[in-house]
Design a protein around this ligand. Sequence first.
Ligand code: ZN
Ligand code: ZN
Length: 126
Amino acid sequence: MVSQRHSRQRDAVYAHLCARYDHPTAEEIYFSVKQEFPALSLATVYRNLTQLCEEGKAQKIAADGVVRFDGNACGHSHLICNLCRSVIDLPLDAEPIIEKARTMTDSDILSGAIMLYGTCKNCKMK
Ligand SMILES: [Zn+2]
Ligand SMILES: [Zn+2]
């Protein structure tokens, strides 16, 4: 059945995304999942990832023109390396900053995350 095969591929894309914490691009997910599903196309991976984001199961992170995906859809902060473009999870509490922004703008801000840019530990050692 066609739809069943498609949902199995989607499950594999999602499982793969959740199993890694390096915020892969659609291409990176495609190359890994393709080993299990040789018929998989990059367009399908894009579609699956977009659906997962729309359903709130994943999120998109645009880092320096490169779109990456995160299996952790809960608001959390990131450090983006300007040199290797890696995206690192930051267990930072953004709430105090959001609270400040609420006061500053007199707006109802529901959620948010902090994006920091710089040089990661690995690149600094090179
Ligand atoms: Zn780096
Ligand atoms: Zn993340």
